[in-house]
Design a protein around this ligand. Structure first.
Ligand code: NAD
Length: 519
């Protein structure tokens, strides 16, 4: 008896059928879906904010600025450019292929699986989805089970807005995801921890499925004494405190000299009091830790150094106050594991070069932050630190620029997305050479056929070399320029010699030339 198809197998089959039907090849169809996503965000802002508040007690400002607006702006950016992006790319030729058309076509992969993480439970599973749709794929979205309210609202709303044959939301925990990953996808986009990233990669390898892994790790921050301290510390503390530190690109730890450390701690204490009051637990602007398990894990880090600011833990409320730790050993847990909570350990270094060395001795960060106005220090960081991305003199805001690809390197991830990079991620660039039967080209081309000879090898090698022949596109510019110059010249001539006369004289000259050349 044939085995019964699992629920996931059925969903993947349906998504594949929809892809094979060719529906998503139509760019107007893709744009319609992207606009439907826009409507989904606009019409359900309140419901999304409520779900995010349930999962993380996320303040409305953070929900709007760091989840919904990011999604909406990315869609606007994409919709304004999609018609250009989908155009086949024409490229240059060499002497042998000068009469042919080498073109790069953009193909969707097919059925894409997008798996999101719980910390930005709306933005993380949906931002890649717009790229996957724009590129013409069908998509299965798997939100994180750790943020159940947002997962549920996605499961409820996505089918109401997006095409039901092409786009699906599947929910579940580890057993369900394990089952889901047994299916054959054409692309997997995963956001989450490096540990689960390895599981996803292993599952993808069974079918040689290409993957993008958006992972985590420790994002370091170096600050020197050349900065505007008030501004710099505000930016750093904001980057650490949004989402209660549960941000993959939050500054994880701080490197600075002893003197800078003292100044930093004093300023941070002052700013935290200004923002969250004497009792930060009462502030409506601080998120909660996602689960008891994560709260216990983060609370353990408090033992790894001397608490100089904060340090309060309330398990019932899943609250940890913004905390600064000093006298931390680089070998302690807080310095070897990703913190993913509102604790900022400070490690002393003697200068910027010491800090670069410290960073380079560890896994490549998802993001590296640098606070300095010293050009030499900035140049050294930019040149010497291999990191997913870098932001100088601010934290997290680099995310808002759609033209900056977002992704990690090494253990912090592979591949990138946001804006054009999202479209590129879900697009296979198919190279295609369209030849013709031009006899002149064949005079050159036939040198490849036997009988082989040294002379033919030499000639062909020369002709196959990159010659930078002007492409047709370039030719059209030259022609347009030529026509422009000619029309100015003609206009001047006409003006000089009185319209009609000038034409009849010129035409007479042309006919005269043809007549004399025939006889
Ligand atoms: P998570 O627990 O929500 O897991 C992410 C996804 O993996 C979920 O869909 C979940 O169902 C699935 N999953 C979990 N365990 C699994 C297993 N054993 N087998 C198969 N699937 C499984 O999120 P997380 O991993 O706790 O996320 C936090 C991590 O994600 C941090 O390391 C953080 O830095 C990283 N992160 C990275 C980015 C980025 O863009 N690079 C963004 C957010 C979070």
């Amino acid at each position: 008896m044939a085995e019964k198809m699992t629920e996931f197998e059925q969903v993947v089959n349906k998504a594949r059928e929809a892809f094979l039907s060719g529906k998503t090849r139509n760019v107007e169809f893709r744009k319609k879906q992207l606009k439907a996503l826009q409507r989904m965000y606009d019409e359900n802002e309140g419901a999304f904010c409520t779900a995010l508040a349930k999962d993380l007690r996320k303040p409305k400002q953070e929900s709007i600025l760091l989840e919904l607006n990011l999604l909406k702006d990315d869609l606007r950016f994409m919709l304004a450019r999609l018609d250009d992006w989908v155009k086949p790319e024409k490229i240059g030729t060499n002497l042998v292929t000068m009469f042919d058309q080498p073109i790069i076509y953009h193909d969707p992969y097919g059925v894409v699986l997008v798996m999101g993480a719980w910390n930005y439970p709306l933005q993380l599973p949906l931002l890649p989805v717009s790229g996957a749709i724009a590129a013409g794929n069908t998509v299965i979205i798997k939100p994180s089970e750790i943020s159940p309210a947002t997962a549920q609202i996605l499961a409820d709303l996505v089918p109401k807005y997006l095409d039901n044959e092409c786009y699906y939301v599947v929910c579940g925990g580890v057993p369900e995801t394990t089952e889901l990953l047994k299916q054959r996808f054409d692309y997997i986009f995963y956001t989450g921890s490096p540990e689960v990233g390895k599981i996803v990669r292993e599952a993808a390898n069974k079918h040689l499925t290409p993957t993008t892994l958006e992972l985590g790790g420790k994002s370091p921050l170096y600050i020197d004494d050349t900065v505007d301290f008030d501004l710099a510390v505000r930016r750093i503390i904001w980057g650490k405190c949004i989402n209660a530190g549960q941000t993959c690109i939050a500054p994880d730890y701080l490197l600075c000299t002893r003197e800078v450390q003292d100044k930093f701690v004093e300023k941070a204490r002052e700013i935290l009091k200004e923002w969250y009051g004497d009792n930060p637990k009462d502030s409506p602007d601080l998120c909660r830790i996602i689960s008891d398990k994560h709260l216990d894990r983060i609370a353990e880090y408090l033992k790894d150094g001397k608490v100089v600011v904060g340090g309060e833990v309330d398990r019932e409320q899943r609250f940890i106050s913004p905390t600064i730790l000093v006298d931390v050993s680089p070998r302690s847990k807080v310095m070897t594991e990703e913190i993913f909570g509102p604790i900022l350990p400070i490690v002393s270094v003697s200068n910027a070069f010491d800090a670069i060395r410290f960073i380079n001795e560890r896994d490549h960060p998802l993001c590296t932050y640098l606070f300095t106005t010293n050009c030499k220090v900035r140049q050294a960081f930019v040149r010497d630190v291999l990191t997913g991305s870098m932001c100088v003199n601010d934290c997290v805001v680099q995310l808002g620029l759609h033209e900056l690809p977002f992704g990690g390197v090494g253990t912090s991830g592979m591949g990138a997305y946001h804006g054009r990079a999202s479209y590129d991620t879900f697009t296979h660039r198919k190279s295609c050479l369209i030849r013709n039967y031009n006899k002149l080209a064949e005079q050159i081309g036939k040198l490849r056929y036997p009988p082989y000879s040294e002379k033919n090898t030499r000639m062909l090698s020369k002709m196959l070399r990159e010659t930078n022949l002007p492409s047709l596109k370039c030719l059209s510019y030259i022609l347009a320029f030529g026509l422009g110059v000619a029309s100015v010249f003609i206009a001047k001539e006409i003006a000089k010699s009185g319209g009609r006369d000038w034409f009849s004289r010129r035409l007479g000259a042309i006919f005269g030339f043809f007549h004399s050349s025939r006889t």
